[in-house]
Design a protein around this ligand. Structure first.
Ligand code: CMP
Length: 138
């Protein structure tokens, strides 16, 4: 086990429904520390850049539309095994498959409007943290 950092996004659907506090409480209860945080409304170029890896997917347009429809809360989480721990806390991408007690089971509507994003590995985490916190140092 190593101390890691991961990038979390609380997406527009969860912000609209006023679930920011509940989600952050679950994060802290899971033993993850919030090391940096921003609330911002993504521009289309920022959302397209963040999800560039998905640009050939059929849902890309829908994803960018959704991610730009309202503010998001972006944070850097730190802790032992933070990347896997946060992915476990989020639950499956599709809330229909998410385990009880996970963020997506509790707060997501469907595979598109799925409440939260978390980095999927150490390289992605480093890239995603730099994307939103370019000057960030602990
Ligand atoms: P996220 O973890 O942010 O990474 C990529 C996102 O694409 C994913 O969460 C979903 O919000 C979205 N996504 C994945 N599959 C689909 C799909 N079939 N239809 C719509 N959106 C999707």
């Amino acid at each position: 086990m190593a101390v890691e950092r991961t990038l979390s996004i609380i997406k527009p659907d969860a912000v609209e429904k006023q679930h920011i506090g509940a989600i952050l409480a679950l994060v802290e209860r899971a033993g993850l520390s919030i090391k940096a945080m921003r609330m911002l409304h993504l521009t289309r170029p920022m959302a397209e850049g963040f999800y560039a890896v998905h640009k050939e997917r059929p849902f890309f347009g829908e994803l960018v539309e959704f991610m730009t429809r309202g503010p998001v809360v972006v944070s850097v989480l730190e802790g032992q095994d933070a990347i896997a721990k946060y992915r476990e806390l989020m639950g499956a991408t599709n809330p229909a498959n998410a385990a009880e007690g996970t963020i997506r089971k509790l707060y997501a509507k469907d595979v598109g409007e799925n409440a939260v994003h978390g980095s999927d590995g150490p390289d992605t985490a480093a890239t995603e943290i730099r994307y939103f916190f370019p000057g960030y140092e602990v």
